[in-house]
Structures are given as structure tokens and as C-alpha cells.
Design a protein around this ligand. Sequence first.
Ligand code: UD2
Ligand code: MN
Length: 593
Amino acid sequence: TSVTWTLLLFVYFNFSEETQSFKNVPIKGFEPQKPFPKKFYPRFTRGPVRMHEPQQRDGRIGNLFGNQALDPVKGDVERSPEMGMIFNERDQEVRDLGYQKHAFNMLISNRLGYHRDVPDTRDAKCKGKSYPTDLPFASIVICFYNEAFSALLRTVHGVLDRTPAYLLHEIILVDDNSELADLKEDLDEYIKKNLPRNIKLVRNEKREGLIRGRMVGASHATGKVLVFLDSHCEVNEMWLQPLLTPISEDRRTVVCPVIDIISADTLAYSSSPVVRGGFNWGLHFKWDLVPFSELEGPEGATAPIKSPTMAGGLFAMDREYFNQLGQYDSGMDIWGGENLEISFRIWMCGGRLFIIPCSRVGHIFRKRRPYGSPGGQDTMAHNSLRLAHVWMDEYKEQYFALRPELRTRSYGNITDRVELRKKMNCKSFKWYLDNIYPEMQISGPNAKAQQPVFLNRGQKRPKILQRGRLYHFQTNKCLAAQGHPSQKGGLIVARECDYNDQNQVWVYNEDHELILNNLLCLDVSETRSSDPPRLMKCHGSGGSQQWILGKNNRLYQVSVGQCMKLVDPLSSKGYVTMAICDGSLSQQWHLET
Ligand code: UD2
Ligand code: MN
């Protein structure tokens, strides 16, 4: 083994720099193209393939490292930087095409193969929990459009590998009219040859989008509970039982797992903090910290957490209840808005929505969506309009105040949905805001209708936990205001530390705010999450001003669910941005007191 270690270390030090620089290969824009050439996807003719089977490695990795050194089944890609290494032109092509078609590193995804272990990210207390054995059977619905073959198959095999067979009634794959050659030609055969008989494939004859796609999947399902997953997920240990249990106790309960992060660049699997769903008046989903009141009780941090909204992709729901509650709005196209629509509908029409901290599922979070809609329309706006007109009563004015151009935009016929709301005797949107999401700030059109309730704050000033410099590990620079620290909207940059400069002194308080020089709060835009962080007046209602100084020295922003990153560590400009957490050096910060 010492020989192996020496070899590994040698390889690491020789190649890790190059591996880093591959991360900076620019991502090309998405141009619609002919079906993806088949040669870039390995053809599988024999049984499920494991990466560590030597014949699947083209002899390359095997020759260099030997089986043991590079066992991706351990899932530890971060410590195996060679996973993304480019050995020849073909590797480069796979990588580039992967980023172009899927917006993640397909080279690594292919090398990982269809099976890998993921780190068990559950709280220690979850591991001691037991669940009933007579749980309802689940139908898993996975809708996909032009998914990378290896990511789709890893999703399916992950479910098969980590779900008790007796609970898995079936998996229904819905192909939303993909164009990629391997999905069209090889998938049927792979399923027939290598997967159990309860894995079914349904093909849409035209592109429907994920919303109608899921309805198609659900209509083929026969299990008691529907579980929806995106097509680039990896479920964790004991993920299903904690979801099924609350549904079996009350069928009007809808549950979501905690969504762990699979890095789009390294495919490394890492844990997410437990947060819950909210939204802003631009009708974008966001994450919120869980109020203390939700964490009280004997089960503490492992009990189901009431969530005002869901992220959308990953949830479980009694199948009959899904139908009874009106499935989805079939007038919504391709992508967006359906997650808020179903969330409002659940709460307003007598159901409940929870996040289950003991159930964890990893998801590849990408920096951009690699596909458009067939006609090029902005389906998010179309879908949000339908949502606003059916469910939001007078509060739709909050949306129009931000998007005045949409006031006159047509949104199709909504009679059926309005009818549904009436038939089910659903409560008002004001009831929802008052009772389910009192933290929501209301200004403008409906300001008088409701006073904002501040999260955890009340009258008292939040206690200061730490005071010091926010230090970037890799560069030894300190976070400071770019201009004057009292300037609202001012950007922040990393610059040489100056120990006499009060403008580099941050306060971190129990409300998770970061306040510079006792003046303004570090803040991210909730409507434009790609904007860099800035300084704003402290509003005390959490969300966009909540930060967690967490594991691996990350500086995690709660509402966007991303980490602060120094854009170009070598440049003197010191610009920072929010990026998907990947544990890299550029994302490591320390509050030095
Ligand atoms: C998030 C949700 C996603 C959905 C979306 C809002 C999570 C982890 N993901 O976006 O499930 O709720 O917000 O609409 O919460 N797909 C199709 N046909 C299409 C387009 C997409 O089948 O025309 C599939 C796609 O292959 C994927 C799923 O739908 O499996 C979700 O799409 P996404 O991964 O691009 O969405 P994401 O995760 O950005
Ligand atoms: Mn997704």
C-alpha cells in the first residue's frame, strides 16, 4: 500500500494544477444541433457497468493507478483530481460536449459509471431512527430531456442500490422527446437487458416540458405513493423510509428530502445545510433558514420541518391525493413556476408540506439550464402569470409591481384551475401569507394588508457572536467594501488586509447577518441571483442577508443556496461572486477574531 500512496501523491502533485486549470475551460453557449454523435457515449453491451471493472477504463486509468487507487465507488472525486484529467483529444471532446449539452462535467460522470457510494450526510441522530416496515409502496417518476446517459443511469441505479426492493413498486422514466442518439436508441435495450421488470420507459411524442411530463409519468403509475426525482440525482442511505412514514400517517402530507449538492464540475457529493423553501415577489423560489420555533421539540433537528414552498424536483406525495389535488396545471410549459403553484395549492387547500431532514438526495446543480423551450418563449413568465392569476388574489399586484410589462401579457385559459380552487374550497392567499409564511415582507401594493413579522428578531437586537476580519485562505486577503462602507448597494472585494482599517471589520450575529463596520449588511439580490453580493441596509428578516460560516470554511448564503467565491485569485481586482459550493480553495473564508 505504501507504493500506492507514493504513486498517488506523486500523481497528485504533478497533475493537480493542470486539473484545476481545466475548470476554467469556457463553457460554450447552447446551439441546437443534430443528434449528439454516439461515439462519445460508451455503448454497454454487458450487464451494469462498474467503473472499477478494468475493461471499462480504456486501459488508461487502470495503467496509471491500478484498481485500488482510483475507486470512484467511494465517491471521493475531490481527493481523486485525476478523475477529470484529460488524457487525449477524445476526453477533451467528451468534456466540452458535456458542458455544452448538459452544463456539467460528463467526462467525470461517464468515468464514475452507474454505481457509486455517496457519503452518508445524515445527522447522527437520524441513523438511530427506525421506521415502520409496513410502509406504502412507491412509484418513482423520473422525467428527462436530453439527459447525459451516465447521469440518468446513475440516478436509476442509485435508487435500485439504496432502496429496499419491497418498497419500490416501480420506476417510471418519462423521455420528454429527447434528441440524443443514445437515449433514443440504446436505452430500451439497456433497460431490457440490465434492469428489473418494474423499470418502465414512457416516451412523449412531442416535447411537453417537465410539468406535463410528470403528469404523464404519474398517469402510468400504480404504486400508493408518487416520488418525483430529477434525472441527475443520487439518493442517499435510507432516503425513502423517512419520506413514506409521514405520508402513511396522514395522506395529505407532502414531503421533500434535503437536497444535497453534487458539483457540476467535479461531481463530488456534499452535504447541504437544512433549510426550507420560500419565495420572493418576483416569484422565484429561494431558501430560508429554519426559524428556531420549528426546531423545538424532542426530535430537535431531525423532525419534519414545515416548509412554505418546495424547490420542485424532489418530493413524495400520495398518488390519489396528487390526483385529487389537481396534479399540476397542464397549461404550464417546459420549466418553472410549477413548484410554487403546487406549494400554494397544498397549503391553501388543506394539505401540508414538510422537509424531512433525515432523507437526503443529491442533485447536480448547474450554473445554467442547457436547453431552451421549443419556441424560445420565456416559460417561467408564462407559468408564473398563470400561478399569480389563479392563486394569489390581490397579492398578484406585488408581482406586477416588479414585472409591469407582464400585466398585459396573455397566459392562456385558466378557468379549469380557478374552478378547481373553488371546488376544493381553498383558503385565500392572505391566509397563506399570515399563517404559513409570515416572514414574507410586503411592501408596495399590499403593504397595509399585513405587517411584516421579523424572523427571530422581535424588538431585541441580535447578539453578536463574532467580530473580526473575513479572511480568504488562498490569497490572505480581507473582505472589504469596494467604495465607502456606508454606501448602499456598494460591492465588496477582497484586498490586502489592513489591521488598522475598521472598514475590514465584520460582525457576525445570531441572526446570521454579516455587518461591515457596524453599518450595512452583506446581502444578495433575491430577484437577480447572478448579481454579486453587496452591502445593504440590514432588514432583519433573514433570507438574502443570512450567511452560514460552515464546513470546509465555506461562506454559505442561505437564500440562494450558494457559496461566496473569489473570482480570480490571481488578479488584484479581488471581485467576489456567488457560486455553487464545491469546497475549492477559492471558496474558503475564515472569520478571524
Ligand atoms: C428546479 C427543480 C426542477 C423543477 C424546476 C422548476 C430541483 C432539484 N429541481 O430546476 O425539478 O421543479 O426547478 O420548473 O428542485 N425536463 C424535461 N423536459 C423539459 C425540461 C426538463 O423532462 O422540457 C427534465 C430534466 O431533464 C430534469 C427535470 O425535468 O430531469 C428538471 O429540469 P432541470 O434539472 O433543468 O431543472 P432544475 O433542477 O434547474
Ligand atoms: Mn435538476
